[in-house]
Design a protein around this ligand. Structure first.
Ligand SMILES: [Zn+2]
Length: 66
């Protein structure tokens, strides 16, 4: 097994570790209901995307109850 000749600086070590860090999930507020939602995704609360209703959330909830 190879052995490192020189140790890296703390800055270089930490900069390397930073590349493995998980980014925080970026959310946007829904223009329809004002709840937080993922970007480029249908709002899970009201089912709207780009000002149009894509998913009927009222129907979906009644389906689950049956
Ligand atoms: Zn919404």
């Amino acid at each position: 097994m190879s052995v490192p000749k020189q140790r890296h600086t703390k800055q270089r070590r930490d900069a390397k570790r930073d590349r493995f860090a998980i980014d925080q999930v970026k959310t946007q507020t829904c223009p329809k209901c004002g709840k937080e939602k993922l970007a480029h995704r249908v709002c899970a609360h009201c089912g709207f995307y780009k000002g149009k209703e894509v998913v009927n959330t009222v129907k979906e909830t009644t389906k689950k109850q049956k």
